[in-house]
Write a protein that binds this ligand. Structure first.
Ligand SMILES: C[S@@+](CC[C@H](N)C(=O)[O-])C[C@H]1O[C@@H](n2cnc3c(N)ncnc32)[C@H](O)[C@@H]1O
Length: 225
């Protein structure tokens, strides 16, 4: 998978991608990530990437020309341009699974700022608009990193144990069952005895039941009707 990220804070993204799943995915050559400073595609002395909104109002809007030039230079046949906006399609695990299936895909991610993008960017240059939730952040860097993190951990051979992404929350419209590790008892808090006996079918049954209980209690909205 090839990923280009267009941002006004390239260092913020570059630093983050040095750690964790980003580093692992890069080392395993599952992904090639390139970060670009949007200001590279400006041609005035101030490297202007924003301007006042037509019609008035608060804040600044991201200009169309630099984004157009950036995408024009980076886009190849089949590339998919993704913009992060609070108005986009809500990010769900299923969307991450779909995006991660395109292992040979080229994604170009756009990080917005200020009041967001000139609408002509969304209407003419963007294939998918994604929101990471019903709240507003100051910039698209965290949303972009969130989406890419979610994609990378689903790529084949990136996580050590493929099973971890099969059993986890949101895969089957349930949350995951509770997990415990050593010690068996701490401050009088005990691990459920069924997990200590090594009976795998009983453990599987217990986990299934707990996952259902927890989902009904915490997230009844995701249970299939
Ligand atoms: C302050 S926000 C713009 C909000 C916009 N004026 C609105 O009311 O919809 C600036 C940028 O942060 C990013 N952003 C903020 N919240 C987001 C969210 N929930 N999901 C995805 N991107 C978000 C987007 O790239 C957006 O263009």
């Amino acid at each position: 998978m090839k990923i280009d990220i267009i941002t006004i804070f390239p260092q913020q993204i570059e630093q983050y991608t040095e750690f964790g799943i980003f580093r692992i995915a890069k080392e395993k050559k599952a992904v090639d990530i390139n970060v670009h400073d949007l200001r590279k595609w400006t041609d005035d002395n101030h490297k202007t990437i924003d301007d006042r909104p037509f019609g008035g109002g608060a804040g600044m809007v991201m200009k169309v020309e630099p984004v157009y030039k950036a995408i024009n230079e980076l886009k190849k046949k089949g590339s998919i341009v993704i913009a992060t906006t609070p108005q986009g399609k809500p990010l769900k695990q299923k969307m991450l699974r779909d995006l991660s299936k395109e292992v040979d895909c080229h994604y170009i991610f756009l990080c917005g700022h200020y009041e967001g993008f000139d609408q002509r960017i969304i209407d003419n240059l963007v294939d998918i608009e994604i929101s990471i939730g019903d709240y507003v952040l100051s910039g698209g860097e965290l949303p972009v990193l969130t989406i890419i993190d979610g994609i990378l951990r689903l790529l084949p051979n990136v996580l050590g144990n493929e099973q971890s992404s099969i059993n986890e929350s949101f895969t089957e419209n349930t949350l995951e069952y509770p997990q415990y590790t050593r010690p068996e008892e701490f401050m009088g808090w005990k691990v459920p005895p069924v997990l200590l006996k090594g009976n795998h079918s009983q453990i599987a049954l217990w986990r299934d039941q707990k996952a259902k209980e927890i989902t009904l209690k915490k997230r009844p909205d995701i249970v299939k009707s």
